[in-house]
Design a protein around this ligand. Sequence first.
Ligand code: SAM
Length: 116
Amino acid sequence: MQKVEELPMQIKKKYLLKSKDSRKNLVRIEADLRSMVSFRQLNLMDEKFGLREAFDVIFCRNVIHYFDHPTKERLINKFYNHLIPGGFLFIGNSETLDKINTPLHQITPTIYQMPI
Ligand SMILES: C[S@@+](CC[C@H](N)C(=O)[O-])C[C@H]1O[C@@H](n2cnc3c(N)ncnc32)[C@H](O)[C@@H]1O
């Protein structure tokens, strides 16, 4: 709840609903937007993720810092193969792709972009 308070009012009005249980300090996501989301489990260590899609954005925050350099580089290049041209990879604030050999361009310290 605290996190959604910071969203612009226009976004909140368009996409957020009150919790069905008014005693709970929660929000629900509006149905059309919710229907666009699917959840799947994958193992980042798998050679292929079992995904055929390429994504506009990949969020992988606070995960890669557990991996050694070769593992991290392999994973980042797998993400690369699942981004559309111009797509973004978001990593955690305490993470870096320094010394990782990748064609992704650094846009801000934690946002990388696939060349168009
Ligand atoms: C510190 S948590 C970060 C969770 C979330 N991304 C966040 O920022 O709050 C690290 C997550 O990495 C997941 N993880 C670690 N190794 C993984 C792997 N090989 N495949 C998929 N997920 C993995 C763990 O299950 C855990 O949920």
